[in-house]
Design a protein around this ligand. Structure first.
Ligand code: CDP
Length: 215
């Protein structure tokens, strides 16, 4: 089977950056599954679909016209790479991610990223639901302060407004929602290795994952 490294964990734990760098180091493909939830959220916002409209959101998820090209994301021909990173889109994404039919609609799209020589998949349920047979599963955590600081820096770099106190509250709310939902709640797979990156640089975290893979 095509090897998969599943990297799951709470919001702003650094999964996205780590997954991309691990993929680059191995020459593998990468799946940013959160982007699919964010794309669905952005399309719902644009089309006036409410975050609790399960059939409306599932229809949008199933019909997403999206292309991933060299680190850029196009939806219906428009470059939405930056737009999907806005905090309101992330919050909306975490709401529709609680809907079972939305998750189901995105399942096949995620599995299609699995191709030789391998895939690094970043999300909440990569190791538990999408790629349960992944030979390496990493559960990447970091304390809420470290995560709020990282997210703050990231948003400011992208030109979005950011405030540490608000972000800490947002992260805690999102963690609570991701952990308590009935559908694919955020949890480490039984065979996952938990890695705490609170005190690690990105490079140290990437090296830790590569070490786990080569050992
Ligand atoms: O950037 P951040 O970690 O906050 O979020 P993301 O990975 O871009 O994902 C956005 C939202 O989608 C998360 O808050 C999750 O609720 C949801 N999500 C999910 O439920 N399952 C995944 N595999 C990936 C994301």
């Amino acid at each position: 089977a095509v090897p998969v490294i599943a990297i799951d964990g709470p919001t702003a734990s650094g999964k996205g950056t780590v997954a991309q760098r691990v993929a680059n180091a191995l020459g593998w493909a990468v799946l940013d599954s959160g982007a699919l939830y964010r794309l669905t959220a952005l399309a719902c916002i644009d089309q006036g679909v409410a975050p609790d409209d399960e059939s409306g959101a599932a229809k949008i998820a199933a019909g997403l016209d999206v292309r991933f090209v060299d680190g850029c994301i196009f939806m219906a021909g428009q470059d939405v790479t930056e737009a999907i990173r806005a905090e309101n889109v992330g919050l909306f994404a975490s709401q529709i991610a609680a809907l079972g039919r939305v998750r189901e609609a995105l399942l096949g799209r995620q599995r299609a990223f699995r191709q030789l020589p391998g895939l690094v998949a970043d999300g909440r349920d990569m190791g538990t639901v999408v790629f349960p047979d992944a030979p390496l599963k990493v559960f990447l955590v970091a304390d809420v302060h470290a995560r709020a600081q990282r997210r703050c820096k990231q948003l400011i770099e992208k030109g979005f407004p950011a405030n540490l106190a608000d972000l800490t509250r947002d992260l805690e709310a999102r963690d609570a929602r991701d952990q308590s939902r009935a559908n694919a709640p955020l949890a480490a797979a039984p065979d996952a290795v938990t890695l705490d990156s609170s005190q690690l640089s990105i490079e140290e975290t990437v090296n830790a994952v590569l070490d786990l893979w080569s050992n």
